[in-house]
Design a protein around this ligand. Structure first.
Ligand SMILES: NC(=O)c1ccc[n+]([C@@H]2O[C@H](COP(=O)([O-])OP(=O)(O)OC[C@H]3O[C@@H](n4cnc5c(N)ncnc54)[C@H](OP(=O)(O)O)[C@@H]3O)[C@@H](O)[C@H]2O)c1
Length: 307
């Protein structure tokens, strides 16, 4: 692997924010309806991730039809000592339609103080933990009231139930609004070679201006690069990656992650793999320094300057 600058394996999200691993493991697709990992596989994934240096785990109340947090919590129930070795991120604010929530007769958002407080209580119970390291408002609601959200965050901070707060899928102006009421340490947005609009729409500029690191969800395009496809941008990217693989002694996954890590906003990729060996690739990618020309070659192959 071509090593030029050794990137740190951990990162502070902001001046006053938490320290996370440079690569995060996301639990969205690991439960019901997706990878459906059994208990042993979940425990192995968590333990191996920590061994590789991936200590931060990303959740949401709704993942796996409201069941993934509890499946992760089972691991902490059996091995409570793992809690001190990890940071837990979870989210709230979406009311998803589910047979478990018959009262949700339409998909909606709820960022009221009571909903946030209730959601955190559920998450703490499900995850088998006394505290959450970082709570995110999952999506911006058109009805969100920043006064109420800030009140909920203050109460959660004062009771020690949540250490830090952030948002997900917020525009820069939505971030600015809420951040003026309560300190936010990140904005988790979809960024990958296939989803390049955040490079140009002010979202990453804001991260640099404000001094916080963004988290990137679906950093491998949700796995689209690894499936059969006729998408010419994916095919061109894969062809280029084959050539770059030799130069950097790296696989396609390494290159897709290294592409994000090169950005000066300190993007933190949230990998969604259910396979420990694929999470390891994420940590290996932090040692790859793409040249600027190769970075733009990937950008161009994936669709060019217009995102
Ligand atoms: N804030 C939000 O609104 C939001 C939205 C979506 C997701 N997220 C977070 O972001 C995380 C990651 O999202 P994602 O799962 O879409 O991310 P991703 O890392 O882009 O994609 C993961 C998918 O790619 C597959 N994959 C990875 N490497 C592969 C390889 N070498 N060959 C074949 N398949 C490969 C994985 O399958 P295997 O399991 O088989 O490896 C998995 O299905 C989620 O878990 C969640 O925590 C947040």
């Amino acid at each position: 692997m071509k090593k030029i600058i050794k990137m740190e394996k951990r990162i502070k999200l902001s001046n006053n924010g938490p320290e996370f691993s440079r690569i995060v493991s996301g639990f969205w697709k690991l439960g019901a309806g997706n990878a459906e990992l059994n208990y042993q596989q979940r425990e192995e994934l968590v333990e191996k991730a920590i061994d590789y240096g991936i200590t931060t785990f990303d959740h949401a109340d709704i993942y796996g039809n409201y069941s993934n947090e509890a499946e992760f919590g089972e691991v902490l129930k059996h091995k409570p000592f793992l809690r001190q070795k990890m940071e837990i991120v979870t989210k709230c604010g979406i009311r998803m339609m589910s047979h478990k929530k018959p009262e949700h007769f339409v998909p909606s958002y709820d960022t009221s103080k009571q909903h946030i407080l209730n959601s955190v209580e559920n998450s703490l119970r499900n995850l088998n933990t006394d505290y959450i390291d970082l709570l995110l408002i999952h999506r911006p609601s058109p009805l969100m009231n920043p006064h109420e959200i800030a009140e909920a965050f203050l109460q959660l901070k004062q009771t020690g139930k949540v250490k830090f707060f952030g948002v997900s899928n917020f525009t820069p102006s939505q971030f600015e609004m809420l951040n003026s009421f309560t300190e936010l340490v990140t904005n988790q947005v979809e960024i990958s070679l296939l989803k390049r609009d955040f490079f140009l729409n002010g979202t990453l500029d804001q991260c640099i201006t404000k001094g916080f690191a963004p988290m990137a969800w679906s950093p491998l395009g949700g796995g689209s690069f690894f499936k059969e496809t006729n998408d010419s941008n994916i095919l061109k990217t894969k062809e280029l990656a084959q050539h770059l693989s030799q130069k950097y002694n790296a696989k396609l996954d390494h290159l897709l992650i290294a592409f994000l890590l090169k950005h000066p906003a300190n993007i933190i990729p949230v990998l969604g793999s259910s396979k420990p060996e694929r999470l390891k690739i994420g940590m290996e990618a932090i040692d790859i320094e793409l040249t600027t020309m190769d970075w733009f070659a990937l950008w161009q192959a994936a669709g060019g300057l217009v995102p």
